[in-house]
Ligand binder design. Sequence first.
Ligand SMILES: [Fe+2]
Ligand SMILES: [Fe+2]
Length: 279
Amino acid sequence: MRVLFLGDVLGRSGREAIYQRMPKLRAELGLDFVVVNGENAAGGFGITGKLCAEFYAAGVDCITGGNHSWDQREVMQYIPTDPKLLRPINFPPGTPGAGFNVYRDAKGRRILVLNVLCRLFMDALDDPFAAVAEVLDAHKLKRDCDFILIDVHGEATSEKQSVGHFADGRASMVVGSHSHVPTADGWILPGGTAYQTDAGMCGDYDSIIGMKKESAMQRFITKLPGERFTASEGEATLCGVFVESDDATGLATHIAPLRIGGRLAQAWPLSRPIAAVAE
Ligand SMILES: [Fe+2]
Ligand SMILES: [Fe+2]
């Protein structure tokens, strides 16, 4: 299977890049399933049902969340109605929505997507490792699903790497979100799980992690509260991680970064588009 995960979509600039590029990306990469992290889709803060519908119309199959999942209050009523919108699994019992779900691609293959929140330098939630273990114990690759993707949403690279090794051999892909900066450590772990510490954001990089740089810098320089952060509006770089898996094992055979548009150095995960290979 070919799966693409796109990191935190930041405001209008990130959304529009996805709407414009996704149909072509799906074709050129031969994608079977696309997951995006949507915690910053609404002007940097949360997501709404209307934005979810726009993502699905563009060709997104599943949307994950993070510490910003609840920034738009209306989503608390919306999330139980939308099985394709996830929030981190380790919120306390009784939190609306789900932290994982199993989906099907066009060929009927089962994809489990799990969203988990780290604890270091973040508001502490329930134990992420116990939450991941519970799902992986109940859902084995090939027995119960054909592909398992874990979006590990966290600040500390060490904690995210620990989740990667913890799930190695039991998930197809563990990819980080939240830092809004792509890391260069994409590789296949010894047990066969594709891993990258952070996918990076889909947003304007001429910014401070997607927000207008002037007000964000001022807050560091002066230590005064300053004006409210607003999303930077320049052209977005779409940042993601592409993984190909072996249908016989559900484990990864290829991982590569994707970066297109905007400011960052560009990266295309295949040597040529699939369409060109077929010719
Ligand atoms: Fe984020
Ligand atoms: Fe976050």
